[in-house]
Design a binder for this molecule. Structure first.
Ligand code: NAI
Ligand code: UGA
Length: 444
């Protein structure tokens, strides 16, 4: 199939690269000429494991990039809209979606063949049929369901594992305004014959995406609230959670007698809070959407509140142990919002770094991938080191903000240091007895 993907961010570029690998002919469109040039030069504008290889393999034979949306739409059978949908403080901001829908509609005016338009961005229920569809009809002068199809196909990939998640989806949701639209989407994903498929309407597809993200965010805030209580009760949350995770309703026992996940349940693990470009904005957008429609969203409001307070725990633990931190040497490990990415959007490390800097701590930092992004945002607050060794060399305290696997080596590295720096584990990834001076989320 000939596919145009509008927006070449984490979702658009990963989807485009994967679809080209699967044999489709893909053109990626972006308003940012820098990104377009980088893709054409086989140079990934974002860090994502495996993306370099996909660009090497497919550019320019099956994957190209352009700023010319009109040409891309006219020369393709299906367009995926993957532009950003930020939260503007009150409601979801659909300005990029509206702009793209208008431009696609204008192109469709001159396209004699049927074309399929698919929203892949995360949008609140009703957006595809009540916002995108009318804009397409008005701009094209054509009729949805007759001259073109309209669909909603939410994306569930995680940054850092994006290509694996796209290539091995748990399920694919085809939301369409009619059978023909759903069938067009099904044709795009034909090769995924082993994944579960959900055929539904666009509104339900939109709701599935928000429900999934809100549930995962709720599990994290639940774990963090319990962690904070554990710390106050002199209980180690890691032990408490292990005892809970062993319930076979959370980690089922296979017929072989083995557990699916022995004592560890994803997203039911405490830390310094969730970040990223999606959980925070999506939960806020759903709360606003519900409340604007007269439905109180108490639980999800609390999910956000708990998360907003969580980074502060890192500063509190540091001050509890060190006292006044002005002039003290503190190393921050990890600025990315999670391991495997260079994305620092809404990273819990950012408020922690800002606060420590304001309090006069002397900050050193290390992040294996996100250094460049972090220096752009926080360069005046801290000084980056090239290696983990250099970063911790003369630290009085070390804060783990991101669970990069490299940090697992810390106990051995710390044992070789002359002093015994305090290790504040914001991801509970280090065994508490493996370093002389340990503090962690959910541990007194
Ligand atoms: N980042 C993630 O892991 C996931 C994101 N999503 C959703 O996917 C959507 C996109 O997210 P990201 O890829 O992270 O966004 P992003 O911010 O990384 O990329 C969006 C891209 O769209 C481009 N763009 C904006 N206006 C345009 C226009 N008029 N024409 C062409 N290109 C335009 C921007 O230049 C940018 O390159 C959002 O709705 C997000 O919630 C869904 C699942 C996962
Ligand atoms: O809509 C989206 O954008 C995506 O949002 C999340 O993916 P992502 O934000 O890339 O990363 P996650 O691995 O889910 O982590 C999100 C945040 O939660 C935190 N987290 C995760 C798991 C956990 O147990 N505890 C915890 O604090 C991470 O540190 C990170 O800050 C979802 O997992 C994806 O399914 C979804 O497609």
């Amino acid at each position: 199939m000939k596919v145009s993907v509008i927006g070449t961010g984490y979702v658009g570029l990963v989807s485009g690269a994967c679809l080209s690998h699967l044999g489709h002919t893909v053109v990626c469109v972006d308003v940012d000429p820098r990104k377009v040039d980088m893709i054409m030069e086989k140079n990934p504008p974002i860090y994502e494991k495996g993306l370099q290889e996909l660009l090497d393999e497919n550019v320019p034979a099956r994957l190209t990039a352009t700023t010319d949306l009109r040409k891309a739409v006219l020369e393709s059978d299906l367009s995926l809209i993957a532009v950003g949908t930020p939260f503007d403080g009150q409601i979801i901001d659909l300005k990029y979606i509206r702009q793209v829908a208008k431009e696609i509609g204008e192109a469709l005016k001159d396209k004699p063949d049927y074309h399929m338009v698919v929203v892949k961005s995360t949008v609140v229920p009703g957006t595809t049929t009540d916002v995108v569809l009318p804009i397409l009809e008005e701009a094209s002068g054509k009729t949805a369901g007759v001259d073109f199809g309209v669909g909603m196909n939410p994306e569930f990939l995680r940054e850092g594992e994006a290509i694996e998640d796209f290539m091995q989806p748990d399920r694919i949701v085809f939301g369409g305004i009619d059978e023909r639209s759903i069938d067009s989407l099904a044709a795009l994903y034909e090769v995924f014959d082993k994944s579960d498929k959900v055929r539904t309407d666009p509104r339900t597809a939109e709701m599935i995406k928000y429900t999934a993200n809100s549930l995962l965010a709720t599990l994290i805030s639940f774990s963090n609230e319990i962690a904070n209580l554990c710390a106050a009760q002199k209980v180690d949350v890691a032990e408490a959670m292990h005892g809970v995770h062993l319930d076979r309703r959370f980690s089922p026992i296979l017929p072989s007698g083995e557990r699916v996940s022995p004592g560890f349940v994803s997203y039911v693990w405490p830390g310094a809070g969730f970040g990223g470009s999606c959980f925070p904005k999506d939960v806020k957008a759903l709360v606003a959407h519900g409340e604007n429609g007269g439905v109180p969203m108490q639980l999800l409001k609390s999910v956000i509140d708990v998360n907003n307070r969580q980074p502060q725990k890192m500063v509190d633990m540091l001050e509890d142990r060190l006292g006044d931190i002005s002039g003290r040497k503190v190393t921050v490990l990890g600025v990315a919002f999670k391991p495997g990415t260079d994305d620092i959007r809404e990273s819990p490390a950012i408020p922690v770094i800002r606060q420590l800097a304001d309090k006069g701590a002397l900050l050193t930092a290390f992040d294996p991938i996100a250094r460049h992004e972090a220096e752009r945002e926080l360069g005046d607050k801290l000084s980056f080191r090239d290696t983990l060794d250099e970063a911790i060399a003369d630290a009085e305290a070390i804060l783990i903000m991101t669970a990069w696997p490299e940090f697992k080596a810390l106990p051995e590295m710390i044992s070789k240091l002359p002093g015994a720096p305090l290790l504040v584990d914001g991801r509970r990834m280090i065994e508490k007895d493996s370093v002389p001076n340990y503090a962690g989320i959910g541990l007194q």
